[in-house]
Design a protein around this ligand. Structure first.
Ligand SMILES: *[C@@H]1O[C@H](CO)[C@@H](O)[C@H](O)[C@H]1NC(C)=O
Ligand SMILES: *[C@@H]1O[C@H](CO)[C@@H](O)[C@H](O)[C@H]1NC(C)=O
Ligand SMILES: *[C@@H]1O[C@H](CO)[C@@H](O)[C@H](O)[C@H]1NC(C)=O
Ligand SMILES: *[C@@H]1O[C@H](CO)[C@@H](O)[C@H](O)[C@H]1NC(C)=O
Ligand SMILES: *[C@@H]1O[C@H](CO)[C@@H](O)[C@H](O)[C@H]1NC(C)=O
Ligand SMILES: *[C@@H]1O[C@H](CO)[C@@H](O)[C@H](O)[C@H]1NC(C)=O
Ligand SMILES: *[C@@H]1O[C@H](CO)[C@@H](O)[C@H](O)[C@H]1NC(C)=O
Length: 883
C-alpha cells in the first residue's frame, strides 16, 4: 500500500472464532500437511493468460510494476504510456514478446530494455517517437523482430541498432527518415537482417551506394509508398532478394529506373509495382531484369495501358501469379490474356467487370485459381466453363442473382467455390452435378430460400458448406443426403423454424453444425432429427426459441445418439418467461466437454442434470435466476475445469466446499449477491488459477480478512480486478475498496493468540497425562512427604511431649500375632505405652491424619514386616511417612 492512501482498520468481532479454531485445531493440524497450498494474486490493470500479461486498453499512463516476473509475454497495446523508463522492465528477465503498439511513447530512456536479453519480438508501432537515441536498445541481443512503424522518427543515432545483432525483421515504415543514408546507419549493424520494411518514409531517391557498398542478406525489401524519382542500383548489393515492393503513392512524377546490370535483381520472384508510374521503356527494362526469376507480379491500380503491361509481363515464362486488382476494368476482351499461357493464378478482384468474353480465359491453359470477387457480374460468366484445370473460383461480392443448370458444367477439378455476398435466391437441382471434387462451397449472405434438392445427390466430396445468412425457413427431409463427406455445415442466421424428420439423413461425417440465430423451438428437437449425426462434435443453438416449462424427463431425449458430441451451446433463447431443462436433456452425451446455457431464464437445475456427462470440463450457466446451487449437482462432473456462474443471484459460493471440484481452474462468478469468500471455499478448489468475482460487493470485516490477504499476497491464482472490489458492509466502510483495508488485527493477533493458548493447554494436558501414567505412586508419596513436612514443622513449634513410646505399624493379617505375642511382651513386661491403629486411632479423623499424628505422637515406630505388610498399600504408606 502506498503511503498517503486512506487506511481503515477492521475491528475484530470477538472471540467466537477463537473457540471454533481451538476445536478445529487438531483437524487443521492434520489437513494442512496434506492439502497443497492454494495461493492468489491480483494485478491492478492486467490479467495473466497462460504466460502472458495482458494490459490492453487500460488507459495506462505508465508500465505497471506488479507483473509476475515469470511472464514471457507482455501486451501493453492501446494505452497512454508516454515514456519508457529504466525500471519498467527490469524485473521481467524472461520476456520474449513485448507489445507497446498504440501508445503515446515520446521517449525511451537509455537502457530501458537492458534486462530483456531473451526478448525476441518488440512492437513499438503507432507511437510518437521522433528519434532513436544511442543506447535505447542496449541488451536486446536476442531480438529477432522489431516493429517501429507509424512513428515520427527523423533521426537515428548511428549506434542505436548495434546491440541487436540477431535482428532478422525490421519494420520502420511510415516514419520520416527522408534519406536512404539514415537507413545505412541502421543496416550497418544488422548482419542478419532478412526483411526490411521502409515504406512511406518520404525517400525521393534510392541510390544503392548510399545504402551500402557491400552485399546484404536481405530477402525482402519494401520500398513502397515513397515518392522515389530516381532508382539506381550500381552494385550487386541484394544478391538474395526475392521479394521486392516498389509500389508507389499517387504522385505526378515518373520514376527513373537505372539498374546497371540485369543480374542485380535476378533472384526476385515476387514483385509489386502497383500504381508505379514509369516510362514504358523503363518498365520494360524492369521486367527484363526479373525475366528469369519472377513468379508473382502485382500490378494493382495501374495508371498505364494495362493491356500493354500484361502483354510484356506475360512473356516472362516463369510468371505464374498475376494480380490485377482495382484496375477499373469493365470488360475482358477475348485477347487480353492471349500471351499469359503460363499463368496459373489470376486475381481480378475489385474491378468493375460486367462483361467477360467467352474466350477471355481460353489461353490460360493451366489456370488453377481465378478470382473475380468484387466486380459487377450479374451471372456466372460462361468464360469460366472453359477452364478444365480450375481448382479455385471466387465469384463473391458480385450481383449474381441466379445459378443456371450449366454454370459449373465440366468443372470436375474444382475444389473451392465462393459465391458469398451475391443475391442468389434459389439453387437449381443439378447445378453442382459436375463438381465431383468440390470440397468447400461458400454460399453465405445471399437470399436463398429454396435449396431445391441441390445437395441431395451431388457433391460427394464436399467437406464445408456455408449457407448462413440466407432466407431458409425449413430443412426438408433428406435435404443433404448426398453430402456424405460433409464435416462443417453452417446454417446460422436464417429463419429456420422447422427441421423435418430425417432432414439430416446422410450427414454421417458431419462434425460441426451451426444453427444459431434461427427460429428453432424445442418441438423441433423432440423429433429426433439429430439421431443421424453420429459423428457430430459441435452443435450450436445460440439465439433460437428453445424453451421447456418443466424439468420432467423427456420420453425421447433429443441428443441420445450423439455420443461423440463435445460442445453443446444453447445460450440466449428469445423469450421472457421462466424456464426449466428436462432432467434427461443431456442423456447420451457421454463425451460432452462443454455445455453452455447462459441466459435462458432458467430458474432451476435438477441435480441429475449432469449425471449423463461425466467428462464435462466447461459449464456456463451464467445469467439465469438460479439463486442457489446444490453441491450434488456437481458430483457427477468432477472433471470440471471452467465454471461460469455470473449473474445467477447466488447468495454464497459455499456450495463449492462440498462440490469437490478439485480440477477447477477457472471460475467466473461476476455480479452475484454473496459478500463473503471463505477460506474453506478457496481451499476446496486447489487447482484454481483464475477467479473473476467482479461486480460483487463485500463485507469488510474479519470474515473476509483471510480472502483479502490471500487475494493480494499469493501467487498461483489470479483474482481478476480485485483492486476494484468495494465494501457494502459495515455501513461506515461502504464504498471503500476491500484491498485498502487493514486486516492485520483480525488475522495475525487473534489467530496467533488462539494458537498459543491452544498449544499450551494441549501441552499441559499431555504432561499431566504422561506423569499420571508413569509416576503415579511417586507422586502420591511425594504428597505425603510434603504433608509430613508440614506436620513436622507444626509439631516442632508446639514442642509437644510424646504421647506413646512406640507406634506399631502392621498389617491386619498380622493382628493376632501383635495382640497375642507383641502386646503382652512390650506393654506388659517392659511397661511401654504403644499406639495401635485398631485401638488408638481417633474415629472420624482422616486416616492419613491419624497415621501422621500417631507417628509424631510416638518416640519410635515399630514396623511388623511380613509378606502381607509389604503388599498392603496403607502399610507401605505408613512406612514411607515414618521414614
Ligand atoms: C537467445 O536465445 C537462444 C535460444 O533462442 C538462447 O539459447 C540464448 O540463451 C538466448 N540468449 C540470451 C542472451 O538470452
Ligand atoms: C560507397 O562507395 C562510394 C564511392 O566509393 C562512397 O561515396 C560511399 O560513401 C560508399 N557508401 C557507403 C555506405 O559506405
Ligand atoms: C523474357 O525472356 C524470354 C526468353 O526467354 C523472352 O522471349 C521475353 O521477351 C522476355 N521478357 C521480358 C519481359 O523481357
Ligand atoms: C463439357 O465437356 C464436354 C466434352 O468435353 C462437351 O461436349 C460439353 O459441351 C461440355 N459442357 C459444357 C456445358 O460446356
Ligand atoms: C468420414 O470421415 C472419416 C474420418 O475422417 C473418413 O475416413 C471417411 O472416409 C469419411 N467418409 C466419407 C464418406 O467421406
Ligand atoms: C473428490 O474427488 C476426488 C478426486 O477427484 C476423489 O478421490 C474423492 O473421493 C472425492 N471426494 C468426495 C467426497 O466425493
Ligand atoms: C509462490 O509462493 C510461494 C510461497 O507462498 C513461494 O515459495 C514461491 O516461490 C512463489 N512462487 C513464485 C513463482 O513466486
Amino acid at each position: 500500500m502506498t503511503s498517503g492512501e486512506k487506511v481503515d482498520k477492521i475491528i475484530p468481532r470477538g472471540g467466537s472464532k477463537c473457540c471454533k479454531l481451538s476445536i478445529l485445531f487438531f483437524c487443521l493440524l492434520n489437513i494442512s500437511t496434506s492439502v497443497a497450498p492454494v495461493t492468489g494474486f491480483v494485478l491492478k490493470s492486467c490479467r495473466i493468460s497462460s504466460d502472458t500479461a495482458i494490459c490492453v486498453k487500460s488507459k495506462l499512463r505508465a508500465v505497471p510494476k506488479d507483473i509476475p516476473s515469470a511472464v514471457k509475454g507482455f501486451d501493453l497495446s492501446v494505452n497512454r504510456i508516454s515514456r519508457i523508463e529504466v525500471s519498467d522492465f527490469k524485473n521481467l528477465p524472461l520476456l520474449t514478446r513485448l507489445d507497446l503498439n498504440r501508445n503515446e511513447i515520446l521517449h525511451i530512456d537509455s537502457g530501458a530494455f537492458a534486462n530483456l536479453t531473451c526478448l525476441k519480438k518488440l512492437n513499438l508501432n503507432n507511437n510518437k517517437l521522433y528519434e532513436l537515441g544511442e543506447n535505447i536498445f542496449v541488451g536486446l541481443r536476442n531480438l529477432s523482430e522489431l516493429r517501429i512503424s507509424r512513428n515520427r522518427i527523423k533521426t537515428v543515432a548511428s549506434t542505436s541498432f548495434k546491440y541487436m545483432t540477431n535482428l532478422t525483421f525490421l519494420d520502420i515504415s511510415r516514419n520520416k527518415l527522408n534519406k536512404i543514408t539514415n537507413v545505412h546507419s541502421i543496416l550497418q549493424h544488422l548482419p542478419r537482417l532478412q526483411n526490411l520494411f521502409i515504406q512511406n518514409n518520404n525517400f525521393t531517391t534510392f541510390y544503392s551506394w548510399e545504402l551500402t557498398n557491400s552485399s546484404l542478406k536481405l530477402n525482402s525489401l519494401d520500398l513502397s509508398q515513397n515518392p522515389i524519382a530516381d532508382f539506381r542500383i550500381t552494385a550487386d548489393v541484394f544478391p538474395n532478394l526475392t521479394w521486392l515492393n516498389i509500389n508507389s503513392c499517387p504522385r505526378k512524377k515518373q520514376m527513373r529506373w537505372d539498374v546497371h546490370n540485369k543480374t542485380f535483381l535476378s533472384r526476385v520472384s515476387t514483385l509489386d509495382i502497383s500504381e508505379l508510374q514509369m516510362a514504358y521503356g523503363d518498365m520494360k527494362t524492369l521486367l527484363e531484369t526479373v525475366n528469369s526469376s519472377l513468379t508473382s507480379l502485382r500490378m494493382n491500380a495501374m495508371k498505364h495501358d494495362l493491356t500493354a503491361l500484361i502483354n510484356i509481363s506475360c512473356t516472362i515464362p516463369t510468371m505464374l501469379t498475376l494480380q490485377l486488382r482495382y484496375n477499373k476494368l469493365s470488360s475482358l476482351t477475348s485477347d487480353i490474356f492471349t500471351l499469359c499461357i503460363n499463368v496459373t493464378d489470376l486475381d481480378l478482384t475489385g474491378n468493375q467487370i460486367q462483361f467477360i468474353h467467352v474466350n477471355a480465359f481460353r489461353s490460360l491453359h493451366g489456370l488453377k485459381t481465378l478470382s473475380l470477387s468484387r466486380n459487377g457480374l450479374k451471372s456466372v460468366p460462361p468464360a469460366t466453363r472453359n477452364l478444365p484445370t480450375l481448382v479455385e473460383l471466387d465469384l463473391s461480392m458480385n450481383n449474381i442473382s441466379r445459378l443456371d443448370r450449366d454454370d459449373f458444367a465440366n468443372q470436375t477439378k474444382l475444389r473451392r467455390l465462393s459465391l458469398y455476398n451475391n443475391v442468389i435466391s434459389a439453387l437449381h437441382e443439378s447445378v453442382f452435378r459436375d463438381l465431383i471434387r468440390l470440397q468447400i462451397l461458400k454460399l453465405q449472405t445471399n437470399h436463398i430460400s429454396k435449396l431445391n434438392g441441390a445437395f441431395k445427390k451431388y457433391l460427394r466430396n464436399l467437406t464445408q458448406l456455408r449457407l448462413n445468412a440466407n432466407k431458409l425457413t425449413s430443412i426438408k427431409n433428406r435435404e443433404f443426403e448426398g453430402l456424405q463427406s460433409l464435416q462443417n455445415l453452417s446454417l446460422h442466421e436464417n429463419q429456420i423454424n422447422r427441421l423435418e424428420p430425417g432432414c439430416f439423413i446422410g450427414l454421417t461425417n458431419l462434425t460441426n453444425l451451426l444453427l444459431q440465430k434461427n427460429l428453432i423451438t424445442e418441438e423441433q428437437l423432440n423429433s429426433n432429427v439429430f439421431n443421424d449425426l453420429i459423428n457430430l462434435r459441435r452443435l450450436d443453438f445460440r439465439e433460437n426459441r428453445i424453451k421447456y416449462n418443466n424439468y420432467s424427463a423427456l420420453s425421447k431425449p433429443p441428443f441420445s445418439n450423439l455420443a461423440l458430441l463435445e460442445t453443446l451451446a444453447i445460450p440466449s433463447q428469445h423469450r421472457r418467461e421462466k424456464s426449466y431443462l428436462p432432467l434427461n436433456f443431456l442423456q447420451g452425451l457421454t463425451n460432452l466437454l462443454e455445455f453452455n446455457i447462459r441466459s435462458i431464464q432458467l430458474i432451476f437445475l435438477h441435480i441429475d442434470m449432469f449425471k449423463y456427462t461425466p467428462k464435462l470440463q466447461t459449464l456456463d450457466i451464467s445469467s439465469n435466476e438460479l439463486m442457489d446451487l446444490s453441491p450434488d449437482l456437481f458430483s457427477p462432473i468432477q472433471n470440471l475445469q471452467s465454471l461460469y456462474i455470473s449473474r445467477t443471484s447466488l447468495q454464497s459460493l459455499d456450495f463449492l466446499i462440498d462440490a469437490n471440484l478439485t480440477k477447477l481452474e477457472f471460475l467466473q462468478a461476476r455480479k452475484n449477491q454473496y459478500s463473503v469468500i471463505s477460506e474453506e471455499m478457496i481451499r476446496s478448489v486447489p487447482a484454481l488459477v483464475y477467479v473473476d468475482l467482479q461486480g460483487n460487493s463485500f463485507t469488510c470485516d474479519c470474515d473476509n480478512a483471510w480472502f483479502r490477504q490471500w487475494a493480494e499476497n499469493d501467487n498461483q491464482t489470479q483474482v481478476f480486478d480485485a483492486y476494484n472490489f468495494v465494501c457494502n458492509y459495515p455501513p461506515h466502510l461502504k464504498g471503500m475498496k476491500l484491498l485498502k483495508l487493514d486486516v492485520r488485527s483480525c488475522s495475525v493477533d487473534i489467530e496467533f493468540i488462539c494458537f498459543i493458548c491452544t498449544t499450551c493447554l494441549i501441552l499441559l494436558f499431555m504432561v499431566v497425562s504422561f506423569t499420571y501414567q508413569l509416576l503415579r505412586w511417586q507422586l502420591v508419596y511425594a504428597y505425603y512427604l510434603f504433608l509430613a513436612l508440614l506436620v513436622d514443622n507444626k509439631n516442632k513449634n508446639k514442642q509437644a511431649p510424646h504421647q506413646y513410646d512406640a507406634f506399631i505399624s502392621y498389617n491386619t493379617c498380622d493382628e493376632p500375632w501383635v495382640i497375642r505375642e507383641l502386646l503382652p511382651k512390650l506393654e506388659g513386661e517392659q511397661g511401654w505405652r504403644l499406639c495401635l491403629h485398631h485401638r488408638d486411632f481417633e474415629p472420624g479423623k482422616p486416616i492419613v491424619d491419624n497415621i501422621t499424628d500417631a507417628i509424631y505422637g510416638s518416640r519410635k515406630t515399630i514396623c511388623v514386616i511380613s509378606h502381607q505388610y509389604l503388599e498392603s498399600e496403607w502399610c507401605s504408606r505408613e512406612i514411607q511417612v515414618a521414614r
